[in-house]
Ligand binder design. Sequence first.
Ligand code: PXP
Length: 254
Amino acid sequence: MPERTIPPIRLGINIDHAATLRQVRGTRYPDPVEAALLAASAGADSITLHLREDRRHIQDRDLERLLPRCPVPVNLEMAVTPEMVGIACRLRPRFACLVPERRQERTTEGGLDIIAAQRQIKDACARLAGAGVAVALFVAPDTAHLQAIAACGAPHLEIHTGHYADALTVAAQTAELQRIRAFASAAGAAGLEVHAGHGLNVENVGSIARIEEIVELNIGHSIIASALFVGLPAAVAEMRRAMVDARYGLGAGA
Ligand code: PXP
């Protein structure tokens, strides 16, 4: 029997919170573009940034400056609005991840409501594909919605791991992990490329990184926080080690 190979897992670094630090004081530093370039040179496979409608962290100018300079693919997180679709079609990042957005939320709190917004999402996917942007849909791991998700026409999906990360008990976390595993397996079988992200840190990333259908993780807050103490290159390396060790059974992680 041929030996089964585990597909590699990529690490996308989300640089939003370098911009958060800048925006809270209205300074010119720290520059999220410099953070992105440093993360890329430290081994990030892609750079993610979320241009929110309220521009609370990343600004249009950050995206415009980053795109021509970034040596790895840029993944733009964006709401499904005419403004954001227009920006993405004009600037053409390699990837876009469609997310729900509410002004009052501290961070993206849930996945897209595929059922309520299917037409809008489908139209956005078609426009972005026409501009050469590969789209992921940020979704909760709900297998009942997989058909509707696939019908939107995006080649990738990103599983929202926030409930897994925030679970208050081991039982709740285990139950959410089971949902994520089942969903990733069904999505992979349906031909979708599966990513995951939100709330992941070096302690909780292992169980997610071990799921073979998941081939990319997008991680921001914990890495930028860790960078305050160890520096961004070391924080990126530490996360990559935690992911890879778990995936290939090399460490004892979560
Ligand atoms: N993926 C998506 C779609 C997100 O909205 C976010 C948060 O911006 C992340 C990943 C990264 O989450 P965190 O900052 O908690 O690592």
